[in-house]
Design a protein around this ligand. Structure first.
Ligand SMILES: NC(=O)C1=CN([C@@H]2O[C@H](COP(=O)(O)OP(=O)(O)OC[C@H]3O[C@@H](n4cnc5c(N)ncnc54)[C@H](OP(=O)(O)O)[C@@H]3O)[C@@H](O)[C@H]2O)C=CC1
Ligand SMILES: O=C(O)C1=N[C@H](C(=O)O)C[C@H](O)C1
Length: 266
């Protein structure tokens, strides 16, 4: 039996690539799209039609559930939509796999409580790319020895949130191995607001948005007379697909919340 997946954000860049990957896998199938508009229409290769071609679009989880058996919700929408979608899925017994960035720490904590209440699995993956997850793990390992860190994340100019979910998760992972401390000159003078980037425990995060980019991150770790640079590049959204399929297959086996793909890979 294939795992039945509903995709929220199915018309978008990630959603349409994910549907192709879900269809290609012998373990998964897409049964419907959850959207905020176009209910009653169908979606085929990212295009909405009224000819019944492709998967049906629903604007309510209850209506969707009364027409289809569903195991997993893949959410790749936007920061304003994701939290409601996850709450809705959990209350309908559907396991969320969340790729959407921009969830606050408080929202993640609330999702954790819901997961415990309903006792069904949920995976939140700030980055589905295995290479990016390795870069984050290596950065956390390296920060134990080289504790002065600056993160530069670079994305396409259609991205809504800054800093990226990946940069925030990287900083969070580094916080476990790096005691909080001031970096740079203690009497530093900033003459242009934002010049030194965002600050987490003294670590700096810089966000670049440009056409031509997709998703890239450098973690710079400085020591006396040396610099370690860890860099990851996603050149194609296909880089996220193995992580999505891994998450969908894994979430159906669990009853807890996983926040980060590093817990699914050794
Ligand atoms: N975890 C990971 O590895 C990755 C995560 N992402 C994240 O995934 C998200 C989507 O990225 P991307 O595909 O580039 O963005 P897109 O803007 O291309 O796609 C998002 C889609 O979601 C739709 N949408 C908005 N609100 C809702 C809603 N309430 N219900 C259903 N659909 C909705 C949008 O519709 P409309 O166009 O009408 O607004 C749009 O079609 C972002 O948060 C991004 O950061 C991206 C890449 C990798
Ligand atoms: O918006 C994107 O494109 C991406 N968003 C995620 C993030 O915020 O980290 C993951 C990846 O970087 C692509």
């Amino acid at each position: 039996m294939k795992i039945k997946v509903v995709v929220a954000g199915a018309r978008g860049r990630m959603g349409s690539t994910a549907i192709e990957a879900i269809e290609k896998s012998s373990h998964t199938e897409t049964v419907a799209a959850l959207d905020y508009k176009y209910g009653g229409l169908h979606l085929h290769k990212g295009t909405v039609n009224n000819e019944g071609i492709g998967i049906p679009i629903y604007t309510s989880m209850s209506e969707l559930m009364s027409n289809h058996a569903v195991d997993v919700l893949l959410d790749v929408t936007d920061p304003d939509a994701v939290f409601n979608n996850v709450q809705d899925a959990l209350s309908h017994g559907v396991r969320p796999v969340v790729g959407t960035s921009g969830l606050s720490r408080r929202q993640v904590d609330e999702i954790s409580v819901l997961v415990e209440t309903y006792r069904i699995g949920c995976i939140i993956a700030p980055n589905f790319s295995i290479g990016a997850v390795l870069m984050m793990k290596f950065a956390a390992q390296a920060a134990h020895y080289l504790g002065d860190v600056e993160i530069i994340e670079m994305h396409h100019d259609r991205k809504l949130d800054a800093p990226s979910g990946t940069a925030l998760k990287t900083a969070e992972m580094i916080q476990h191995s790096r005691p909080a401390h001031l970096q740079g000159h203690p009497d530093e003078q900033v003459h242009l607001q934002g010049a030194r980037g965002a600050d987490i425990d003294g670590m700096k995060i810089h966000s670049v948005r440009l056409p031509g980019l997709l998703a890239h991150q450098q973690v710079l770790l400085g020591g006396e007379g040396e610099l370690l640079t860890l860099r990851h590049d996603s050149f194609d959204r296909k880089s996220f697909m193995p992580g999505i399929i891994l998450s969908i297959r894994n979430v159906v086996t669990r009853e807890d919340l996983v926040y980060g793909l590093e817990y699914l890979i050794d």
